[in-house]
Design a protein around this ligand. Structure first.
Ligand code: NAP
Length: 259
């Protein structure tokens, strides 16, 4: 299927590795010009070069912390007018519910809620003026089913989800769709880091921890960033124009719910 987005321009935040990179590769495969962001220069430039070499698209890399006002300003300045926005950032640290103070909550809300809100407020008006746009926020399965060790993520992402539920209905009439895509466990640095922490806490090997996590998934495996990217690319497609304000799980069926 041709997704009908060849020649569009997309900003993908936090995209040098993991899920963001998977999205970048999928959109490049659809002929979309990319602006990629991450904090570290080395991995970002390597990813931009690899995608640019594999696909006939323009790739611009902007090293910046997307959770800061200054970082967002620099990324948006380099990006110019955008047709597609994919918000993403690193996830908050794990812990137990008594661990986190006000500053921890503010940092998580800044990174995983307010950064996405600020990016949408900056980019969506231009999309509305031009009559077409796609926004995807990468959130988490923790929005549908809380992950006890990730209370900061559960909280901040619930806030973003509530915001999107309201604003997506206010911009759809101008041809802009806003949706959230919710990853379950995917084989990325983030999940490998969580596995290391859990293996240490339980006194088991990393391999045992990863195997027990995968065994808890109906598919018996992790997702990979390529599969995840393909789902996001579809949500950004011309064909997905009637999909508004949805929370789309990509988790191998891990969240055990009828709806
Ligand atoms: P990852 O493999 O650790 O990759 C994170 C990417 O984001 C890297 O490119 C990193 O590069 C960049 N990044 C991190 N913080 C940034 C910031 N402040 N500004 C700009 N770039 C930043 O993580 P992932 O697994 O792809 O996860 C992406 C998001 O999905 C996270 O919020 C995570 O919590 C969430 N999630 C992931 C899973 C999963 O299974 N993987 C499941 C549920 C939710 P630099 O470090 O160089 O900045």
């Amino acid at each position: 299927m041709d997704f009908g987005i060849r020649g569009k321009r997309a900003l993908i935040c936090a995209a040098s590795k993991g899920l963001g990179r998977g999205v970048a590769e999928a959109l490049a495969g659809e002929g979309v010009d990319l602006v990629l962001n991450a904090r570290g220069t080395e991995a970002l430039e390597a990813t931009a070069a690899a995608i640019g070499a594999a696909h006939a698209v323009e790739v611009t890399a902007v090293a910046a912390d997307i959770t800061t006002e200054d970082g967002r300003a620099r990324v948006l300045d380099a990006a110019g007018p955008l047709d597609i926005l994919v918000t993403n950032a690193g996830g908050p640290p794990p812990g137990v519910w008594t661990d986190w103070n006000r500053d921890d909550f503010i940092a998580a809300i800044d990174a995983n809620m307010l950064s996405a809100v600020a990016l949408m407020q900056a980019v969506v008006p231009g999309m509305m003026d031009r009559g077409w746009g796609r926004v995807v926020n990468i959130t988490s399965r923790s929005v549908k089913a809380p992950i006890p060790a990730l209370g900061l993520s559960n909280s901040a992402r619930a806030g973003l989800t509530g915001f999107v539920a309201g604003m997506s209905r206010q911009v759809a009439g101008a041809g802009v769709t806003v949706n959230n895509v919710l990853p379950g466990s995917h084989d990325t640095d983030r999940v490998r880091g969580m596995d290391r922490r859990n293996a240490e806490a339980k006194g088991i090997s990393l391999a045992e921890q990863a195997a027990s996590r995968r065994a808890g998934n109906p598919t018996g495996r992790d997702g990979d960033a390529t599969d995840f990217g393909a789902v996001v690319a579809f949500v950004c497609s011309a064909q997905a124009g009637f999909m508004v304000g949805q929370n789309i799980l990509v988790d191998g069926g891990h969240v055990n719910a009828t709806i």
